[in-house]
Design a protein around this ligand. Structure first.
Ligand code: SIN
Length: 274
């Protein structure tokens, strides 16, 4: 059996299409290794026509590491590790901003696997940006300025109180999540734990301030960095089809879920790898 994956880059910096594998079945060690290396190289991988159940998606994600259980998002009945992002007019999305998943914890997730379950007729694309490419594009003196700076990341920035007062139960879950996830610090520039390559590591979704700077300096620098990451040169944009799956390296990327599809409905399943 030919187990060689076909990996086609979708641009010079980020993104690749992967073919010749079936994610619903357990991957062989060779397939997993090829997938893992493609992920390290391209940062986000896309696979077409991969219907996976929540349990199959969870099992695939577990090959990469332990899984995170989200403090507020609902999960699939069959697997609490699979977040259900079911968005529509009465539940508008909250991920239409540039963010890296779950940077509000001390050891943020290394990756995620997202499966398209129900798509609007048009719209609902997701964009990923490479923190490597964004960092590399900065001038040497500017990179020097960022070195050693620490930024605060806060759960409440993406999950504000006013959005979580729907029911007593939802509000209690939110309050517990706030209690368990106080703001914490991460470096503004981080090194990839495998390659050592440097990447920009602030995201608009969760980063509130650079604690080593005066507030106005922090505001100015963050607004520059948040704008910088949105340069199309650093990005790949995926137009979803039913049963597509994306896998990304959450340590060096950020993403934006385009919210142009309302009032249509869109359902995605996400496994988050620690
Ligand atoms: C996410 O923000 O993790 C999911 C992205 C999407 O729904 O496209």
């Amino acid at each position: 059996m030919n187990e060689r994956l076909k990996v086609t880059p979708l641009g010079p910096y980020i993104g690749a299409l992967v073919e010749n594998l079936t994610l619903a079945k357990p991957l062989s060690d060779s397939q997993f290794e090829q997938l893992y290396h493609a992920l390290l190289k391209h940062q986000v991988l896309f696979m077409r026509n991969q219907p996976v159940t929540p349990v199959q998606q969870r099992d695939l994600a577990r090959r990469f590491g332990d899984l995170h259980i989200h403090p507020v998002y609902p999960h699939a009945a069959e697997a609490e590790e699979i977040i259900v992002l079911d968005t529509h007019d009465n539940n508008p999305p909250d991920n239409d901003n540039w963010h890296t998943d779950v940077t509000f914890i001390a050891n943020p997730p290394s990756g995620a696997i997202l499966a398209a379950k129900l798509l609007p007729e048009t719209g609902g694309d997701t964009l990923w940006a490479s923190g490597f490419a964004a960092y590399d594009a900065l001038s040497a003196p500017f990179r020097e300025l960022l070195t050693g700076l620490r930024a605060e990341h806060d759960f409440k920035k993406s999950f504000p109180e006013y959005k979580h007062r729907g029911s007593e139960e939802e509000y209690a879950r939110w309050k517990l999540a706030v209690e368990k996830n106080p703001p914490l610090l991460h470096p503004v520039v981080r090194s990839h734990p495998v390659s050592g390559r440097k990447a920009l590591y602030v995201n608009e979704g969760f980063t509130t301030r650079i604690v080593d700077l005066a507030p106005k300096e922090s505001d100015a620098l963050l607004s520059f960095l948040f704008a910088h990451i949105t340069k199309p040169e650093f990005q790949v944009r995926w137009r979803w089809q039913q049963d597509d799956v994306a896998i990304w390296d959450n340590r060096v990327t950020q993403h934006y879920a385009n919210a142009d599809y309302l009032p249509q409905r869109r359902i995605m399943h996400r496994a988050t790898i620690l």
